[in-house]
Design a protein around this ligand. Structure first.
Ligand SMILES: [Zn+2]
Length: 425
């Protein structure tokens, strides 16, 4: 299969349009959810979208709509193109941003997930010569299952790390001479801490690449630097979502997340007006998951588009700094809009910080930002330096507290380090 990475922009648009026509033809025929939505928008046949410039005629799809549809038509809703017996896998979203969504795949669309992940691996320089360890408890969340499927596509040796403690995972990495570790960025840093406690020098292990999924972070320069220092390995970011697919990957240039435009039509829109924008909300249409697709889906991810060609030669557009944050994660603190990722990028620049947590309170009508730090070794002047960097870079005064070792929560998936205690922020 051609993965379209080097097609000219015109040829890519033609490829996307052809696949969109196939998708629209199928959902208009048999998918109750999208037939109703598209008909209501005046789209009766695929040919009504004559060019990609007509894309805006297709209505947006929101997470709230999909949730409401599953509540009204349990358990899977009406966004199903085929009869129930055609589906072979189910996964669900983690529910950190509201009602869980259940999502079905057919054997064909599961193969598509694997191909999308194969592209993530190839771009990271991972091949059939590699041994890939998944530091993850395999549950209903899709991310690492699909990474697992992708690993079988490229013919790598798969070593699952479910049902293990962190120490057992480290043993498995060393004993199997693992070369690639797949985990969330948070958990990779946690494994680094456990390794240090056990006197294990991870940077001296056979791991040459870490690939991070499940949450953003690996595209934050400070977090990436910390990951690469910890593992002595090249760190690669990946982005995807249960209801969308594995849509983003890092190339060797590490110069922003590439959008997989061979398999997805990606738009960036102003979150208020819905008009095209260079920075705003990522909107995605997947082209290879006909059984349960999303068309112009508002991901809620805040991104900044980079249209300049990448040195790697791929023509796919990139996102500056990966996913900057969730639109609903933006914090308004004393009149300043701050994304948690901006705070993380500053705190992670201090190697002495092993874990952190951020709380926002309102006391006597004033917003207060409180940052708790766990430090490696004895407390030094790191607290003052972090406070200084937050004030200098974000214009935010923060109360810094030092937490005792191993008292802040560790996360395997979807780290929650930010808590807004204000009733009406
Ligand atoms: Zn590139």
């Amino acid at each position: 299969m051609s993965n379209c990475e080097h097609l000219s922009r015109d040829a890519l648009a033609e490829h996307q349009l052809q696949r969109l026509h196939v998708l629209l033809g199928q959902v208009l025929a048999t998918n109750a959810f999208y037939r109703q939505k598209l008909n209501a928008a005046g789209i009766a046949q695929a040919a009504d979208i004559a060019a990609l410039t007509d894309l805006a005629r297709l209505p947006f799809t929101t997470r709230a709509e999909l949730s409401a549809d599953q509540v009204a038509h349990p358990p899977y809703g009406t966004n199903l193109t085929y009869p129930p017996e055609c589906y072979t896998r189910i996964h669900q979203t983690s529910g950190t941003t509201g009602q869980r969504l259940r999502w079905l795949d057919t054997a064909a669309s599961w193969g598509w997930w694997g191909r999308c992940w194969a592209q993530v691996y190839r771009a990271a320089g991972v091949s059939n010569r590699d041994r890939i360890f998944f530091a993850f408890s395999f549950g209903p969340f899709i991310g690492f299952w699909s990474g697992h499927q992708g690993a079988s596509h490229i013919g790598a040796l798969i070593v699952p790390g479910g049902g293990m403690s962190s120490a057992q995972r480290l043993d498995a990495i060393v004993e199997n001479e693992i070369t690639v570790v797949v985990s969330t960025p948070t958990y990779a840093l946690h494994l680094g801490e456990v390794a240090r406690e056990r006197g294990l020098e991870l940077a001296a292990s056979s791991v040459h690449t870490t690939i991070h999924a499940g949450e953003p972070g690996a595209n934050l320069p400070a977090t990436r630097a910390q990951l690469e220092r910890t593992w002595g390995a090249r760190c690669s970011d990946h982005a995807g979502a249960t209801e969308v697919g594995a849509w983003g990957f890092d190339c060797h240039q590490q110069a922003g997340l590439h959008l997989n435009e061979g398999e997805f039509i990606c738009e960036v829109v102003d979150p208020q007006s819905g008009a095209p924008a260079d920075e705003g909300e990522l909107v995605i249409t997947n082209l290879g998951r006909t059984g349960m697709p999303v068309i112009r889906y508002r991901t809620g991810d805040r991104v900044a588009l980079n249209r300049t060609p990448c040195v790697c030669g791929r023509r796919f557009q990139r996102l500056r700094g990966g996913v900057i944050g969730r639109l609903d994660d933006a914090l308004l603190i004393r009149g300043v809009v701050v994304y948690p990722s901006a705070i993380e990028n500053i705190v992670r620049q201090f190697p002495a910080v092993t874990e952190f947590a951020v709380d926002i309170h309102r006391r006597q009508a004033l917003d207060e930002l409180e940052v708790r730090l766990e430090l490696d070794g004895q407390a030094n002047d790191t607290a003052d330096q972090v406070a200084g960097a937050l004030a200098h870079r974000l214009g935010l005064r923060a109360a810094i507290q030092i937490a005792a070792p191993d008292t802040l929560p560790r996360f395997e998936l979807k780290a929650r380090r930010f808590t807004d205690h204000r009733s009406n922020p």
